[in-house]
Design a protein around this ligand. Sequence first.
Ligand code: SGN
Ligand code: CA
Length: 534
Amino acid sequence: MKWSLIAVALLILTSCGGRKETPKERPNILFIMSDDHAYQAISAYSNHLIETPNIDRIANEGILFTNACVSNSICAPSRATILTGKHTHINGKIDNIMPFDTTQVTFPQLFQKAGYETAMFGKLHFGNNPKGVDKSKIVPDQGFYINPEFISNTGDTVQFTGYATDIITDLTLNWLKNERDPSKPFMMMYLHKAPHRPWWPRPDKFRKFTKKHFPEPPTLFDDYEGRGTAAKTAEMNLLKHMKYGHDMKIRPSTIEEMGKVEPDTDEWKWGFDVPYTNRANAEQKAQYDPIIDSINNDFKVHWPGMTDEEKMHWKYQRYMQDYLACISSVDDNVGRVLDYLDESGLAENTIVVYTSDQGFYLGEHGWFDKRFIYNESFKTPLFIRWPHVIEPGITNDEMVQNLDFAETFLEAAGIEIPDDMQGESFMPLLTGDNERWTRDAVYYHYYEYPAVHMVKRHYGIVTREYKLVHFYYDVDEWELYDRFNDPNELKNVYHDPEYADVVNNLKKRLAELRIKYKDSEALDQHYLDISDLK
Ligand code: SGN
Ligand code: CA
């Protein structure tokens, strides 16, 4: 049992006086998670792309983590890790395809048992009736931005008219205001679909953001020299792998008119219709169409004469316009919820968490998507606000992981932590008792290959200073990055004699972590054997 940790934390909370007194009642937890929200697109980290004043409030009134990260940078595995507090090789949800074993203990079940009321609205990505959740409305699979369907815990499917980010927030607010039992503390998961591909913004944001121009990352034209095969063979390059219809809002009729512009799969035929033409109603189309017309006219006129370099610039702008417009809606809606917490007085005793299921590439290394252990996808945004416990405006550089959420929340609520959870409660970092935090390295393992985006299987160890990675399956390659001296991760120094000692030391520590977390070559092979991806 990890009761001792809880006891120590409560003791510290009570003994410190001042701000850090024990909360009178058990705290509510509002866990806000968006899907694929890059930390580069939150102004609390940097405002070079967008201002996110509402999300920033959580950081300004709480703690901001600079090295928060995931243990497997892809959607469903990250969510399974958050719910179970276990690495994906233990909870079994190693990729988006493998089924989730619903007999497992998840942290909402423990909250429910402990007398909390629990709810979940938005995107989960596996199963539509999560255990331990009193009330849920979840989009099937990825869900849609426009007029999305939701499956509720009673099994019925309802389609709402409107924009997903607004609707998920309406459901959340309605539950907070009208549906929950005010005599119980709550644990609520408010899970945005946005800003996941295919980046359909709400019409007003779409109009506003298509007029904007965004600065490019210095590595947009990365040629992947100095790294191994995996970076070179991944299929997530803006120029080569973004789709006309699906990603850039080019109508099939435009492509037909122009003649099939260049080798592309047949995706241009459906990529536009599925999320938009077949979903939006006439009134919505009247708002979207003039904006889409203007994008298509620009494409028709300029695209055929463009060099590859110009196409890359054009695609980057289109990508950022839509992606950031989706985030702007998330930020507005987070503001609505924070305002309600303030107005209702709930803010006082509610832990508010903002994070994403993983990070995302916004043109760094020429990429979109995630999956890699490299920074933009490995790291994820994380802010936590907890009045009277967390000192407002603090920053923390420790390597906390999505693996740690379950234990942290359980400890915060004074609920017993199961022995077999593999994370570590980072309560000490929230209460300013940083010496109690001793973990200085995290373990990472990505599996979904061969599959969409073709990011090779790999595992590794990451400390604040270094990252050692082993790519396997159809290659056997190692990479080492010096995180302080090479923050953009452009130079694999694994073979550099100057780093020989670092390599030896980290290889030993990686082997120890594999043992500690019960991962092994035999398990790698097992997952290959049972995988549909071979
Ligand atoms: C879809 C996307 C991919 C994305 C995966 C996984 N393609 O397949 O770009 O990597 O989801 O995303 S799309 O054409 O359907 O948009 S995840 O967040 O669910 O893991
Ligand atoms: Ca995701």
